[in-house]
Design a protein around this ligand. Structure first.
Ligand code: GDL
Length: 693
């Protein structure tokens, strides 16, 4: 069946007129594409906010990329026609993009014909604007293409020019290069032979997409655009990944469009934002981009909250954000499921709701009153945006929370001994607690908001932040000796939410600095530690750390413990049971374990019939130099060893602690998993603590 729809020749209509600035959205992310209903909703919003373009480029849509040669079925055609028609009704330029780069052979005429056939089909659906995308593909050409083209750029440009002419030079035709950001250019933008070929050979009516200095660009400067425009011989269309979140399932971005000066507007052909995969939370991303696109020198106001050097006379990210949030609040409050629809069959998208009809339940005297939800506030949305701000920046409340947690952590020991500091510490701990509570209240109000669609798109993220905040809150309480240390933090058998992040989380925790990059603007001066397996060359260093600590605590070792012999290397640790802690000055701590401590007990004339060995067959010991003020590396080493020992089938672990070793004693006492145990034959200044596994 051939499905035809009317197509207008835009270029005829606009001939002689200056091209309008392209402003809008590219659905160009990996993962689940938006639904047709969401796209139609997008067109409405774009029209309302004066944006004019939608670029259809969902990476995981079969027929956009992987099966680009396949024509659309009649059912799909009906849907696409409806979509293209809806875009036109809302005055949105629908640009159809195709990504043939995964497997196309540029030099084969059949391949070129397949591409033309596919685009002809979409043109017959009423589409007038097109795009060829060559992003995220292997830059190597196959032997046949190497014979036919002098470079990859020549191959791409040849096919793009041919298709553009075949489609009779549409008014809007976009090309996405393989080197689509400065970071991908060799050796740099101005000397890139790839970009030079594109600039020289691509027909002038074709516009080029560009993501800025990087794939996800923190800032885009006027100079950087002048540089790329000069080699491309045209002003680029920015494909902006500032709000894209397809690369990290824990992040979503609801901060304002930012760090692109409005001076760029006359130097660009346009801006298309490739936002979050979740449709509804993109309200801020698209609304603020629309505000930015409309920014003009007239009527501009300076934003008092911005630093002088960052001020853009025409656009204030803070004000743009507040405008967006104010409108978004209204949308949160509007129910997306009118009562009239509730009688419909339920589906995954529209779950059953409480019937609000005339037969609704009214509690009688003495009965439970109905649950009433507090309404969501603008402050809640401001906090939400702050917590999920931008890829390179947290919002102000999030920054304060991180800063305060860091302060509370590093000052807890001093506060424990100095009464002046105690008062300040407690007051700041209370304020931190209040901030955490505000997050929980925001979560509660959001989860009661009438518009369920937005909530469901946000749910995983807000749940995650609520749990993260909860852990931080419990941790601060335990630091201050307020309340019980949370069992979730270091318990022997925590619930799964106590060890979050799955395998990827495990990997991150094992990398130095937890695999995380510091996102503070002014990073706190904390040391970076590395925990690594022990190797034979470490023996001397470990002995040195051990002797240092013994001398510092004036410990006599004429009656050595099993732990002492482990530390001095006289008893070797069990395989995979030895970790070394390093900072930038070298080894600064260690943790060693013995799976079977009973065998070693004989060498220190200890009674091996002691019942304690039944319940706690394994032993752990370690030391950390005083320059390591942060207790977390030691905790992490212990956690790692406990997990290894457990996986080898041991029932329990004990440690031997001298009263004079206040630090380790304190450490195990606060760990909340080790408890004092009875063990015969220990010297009077030594206690044993154990934990079941
Ligand atoms: C990219 C991809 C885009 C993806 C984004 C963020 C371009 C031109 N291509 O490199 O599909 O969503 O990164 O992960 O940006």
């Amino acid at each position: 069946m051939s499905v035809m729809a009317t197509s207008t020749n835009v270029s005829e209509k606009t001939q002689g007129r200056a091209k309008r600035f392209i402003g809008g959205v590219v659905e160009g992310f990996y993962g689940r594409p938006w639904t047709m209903e969401q796209r139609t909703e997008l067109f409405k919003r774009e029209q309302k906010w004066d944006l004019n373009t939608y670029l259809y480029a969902p990476k995981d849509d079969y027929k956009h990329r992987m099966y680009w040669r396949d024509l659309y079925s009649s059912e799909e055609a009906v849907q696409l026609i409806a979509l293209i028609t809806a875009a036109r009704q809302h005055n949105i330029d629908f640009i159809y993009a195709i990504s043939p780069g995964l497997d196309i052979t540029f030099s084969n005429p059949k391949e070129v014909a397949a591409l033309k056939r596919k685009l002809d089909q979409v043109r017959d659906f009423g589409c007038c604007s097109f795009s060829l995308l060559f992003d995220d593909i292997e830059a190597d050409m196959c032997p046949a293409d190497k014979q036919a083209f002098s470079s990859f750029a020549h191959a791409q440009v040849a096919i793009t020019n041919e298709v553009y002419q075949h489609l009779r030079e549409p008014e809007t035709f976009l090309f996405c290069p393989t080197d689509y950001c400065a970071a991908f250019c060799t050796p740099n933008v101005s000397q890139s032979s790839y970009l030079r070929t594109v600039g020289d050979e691509l027909l002038p009516g074709i516009d080029v997409l560009w993501t800025g200095p990087k794939v996800v660009s923190h800032k885009i400067s006027v100079e950087s655009i002048e540089e790329v425009s000069s080699i491309l011989k045209r002003a680029p269309v920015i494909w902006d990944n500032i709000h894209a979140n397809d690369y990290d399932p824990q992040r979503i971005f609801m901060g304002p469009y930012k760090d692109r000066p409005t001076e760029l507007i006359p130097k660009l052909r346009g801006v298309l934002t490739n936002p979050n995969c979740e449709f509804y939370p993109n309200f801020v991303a698209i609304h603020t981009l629309a505000t930015w696109c409309k920014a003009s020198p007239d009527g501009a106001t300076r934003d008092v909250e911005m630093g002088d050097e960052e001020q853009d006379p025409c656009y204030s990210p803070h004000k743009a954000l507040m405008l967006a949030l104010t409108d978004w609040l209204e949308e949160f409050m509007s129910t997306d499921q009118p009562t009239a629809c509730l009688k419909k069959e339920s589906s995954e998208e529209e779950p059953m709701q409480t019937d609000l009809g005339e037969h609704s339940y009214v509690p009688g005297p003495g009965e439970n009153p109905l649950y009433t939800a507090e309404p969501l506030t603008l402050d809640d949305l401001k906090l939400l945006s702050d917590l999920f701000y931008l890829p390179y920046e947290y919002g102000s409340t999030a920054k304060t929370m991180l800063h305060e947690l860091n302060w509370l952590k590093s000052h807890s020991q001093a506060a424990a001994v100095d009464t002046d500091q105690t008062a300040e510490w407690r007051s700041r701990a209370r304020q931190f607690d209040d901030m955490c509570e505000a997050v929980v209240r925001m979560f509660n109000r959001l989860s009661n908001a009438p518009n369920r669609r937005i909530l469901y798109d946000l749910y995983n993220y807000i749940c995650d932040i609520k749990s993260g905040v909860h852990l931080a809150q419990a941790y601060v309480k335990s630091l201050g000796g307020l309340g019980k240390p949370s069992a979730q933090l270091m318990g022997a058998d925590p619930e799964p939410w106590g060890f979050r992040g799955g395998l990827s989380g495990e990997f991150q925790r094992m990398l130095p600095g937890h695999g995380n990059r510091d996102l503070f603007k002014h990073p706190p001066k904390t040391a970076v530690y590395c925990i690594r397996p022990y190797c034979a060359e470490d023996k001397m260093d470990l002995q040195r750390i051990f002797t240092n600590m013994q001398q510092e605590r004036r410990i006599m070792t004429d009656a050595p413990l099993i732990s002492d012999l482990l530390s001095t290397g006289e008893i070797p640790p069990s395989p995979q049971c030895a970790l070394v802690l390093e900072d930038d000055m070298g080894p600064c701590g260690y943790m060693l374990a013995l799976m079977d401590a009973k065998a070693a007990a004989a060498s220190v004339q200890k009674d091996t019939r002691d019942r304690a060995f039944e319940d706690f067959p394994s032993l752990i010991t370690g030391q950390v130099l005083p320059r390591v003020t942060d207790p977390s590396p030691a905790k992490r080493m212990i956690a790692q060893l406990l997990s290894t020992i457990k996986s080898c089938g041991s029932k329990g672990v004990f440690c031997e602690l001298r009263h004079s070793d206040r630090r380790m004693l304190d450490f195990y006492t606060k760990s909340n998993s080790f408890q004092p145990i009875k063990m015969d034959g220990l010297p009077p200044d030594v206690i044993a603590m154990g934990t079941g596994l």
